[in-house]
Design a protein around this ligand. Sequence first.
Ligand SMILES: [Fe+2]
Length: 243
Amino acid sequence: MGISDNNNPWRPASHGKPRQLTNNLWMVDAALPHMDIKRRMTIVQLPDHKLLLYSVICLDDAGMTWLESLGEPSIIVVPNGYHRTDAPRYKARFPKAQIWAPTGSAKRIRDIVPIDRMLDTIAVNIPGGVSMRALQGTRNTEAFLTVHSDHDTTHVFCDAIFNVGKNDGHGLFWLIYMRWLGNAGKPRVTTLFRMSCIGNKRDFARGLREAAVVPGLKRIIMAHGEVIEHDARQVLEHLADTI
Ligand SMILES: [Fe+2]
């Protein structure tokens, strides 16, 4: 296994400790350079000592030792064209891993890493209780996971839902975009996502309503913000009603 290649040197992010959410699900948050916001990698343990990684982040040596102790990365989901940065580094380190990506972001992702499997709005189910598809109404720009665990169910979004606190950041961007435009302080489909990704509001809302009633739904993970672990169904229905 190559640790990296010359074109894709491993660059560990400044990241926190892994957090386990349920029996088969973990997350790691990392700083985003030059931005007052964190990004998140979600890790799903699959059967046969395999892992699915969603929105990958290069971890430090201790972090990668931990990750590899959980399993061998076999599916790397690049959730959209803006969470692609570390995917080529993972592909270089784990050449057998498949890159999965939503069709609507394929061009931007393929610019830096080859795609093995495309996702559209038809759900793809894989062993280990994971279902994947492109989020409805987004012109297939964002990939979305549903993970069934021993006792509950989790939805994993990337940029479609933010849940950052009003006081989580500073500066002009934070003041205008996050606070004045109401993109912080509660679960939110952000202004930028509405403008740049949502192609059909009705379809997007329908997708959220369908996600809301998935049996056993307990939590919602997103790339930016606090995991939602209470009233997940009501949160999704409210977002669908107010889109
Ligand atoms: Fe993002």
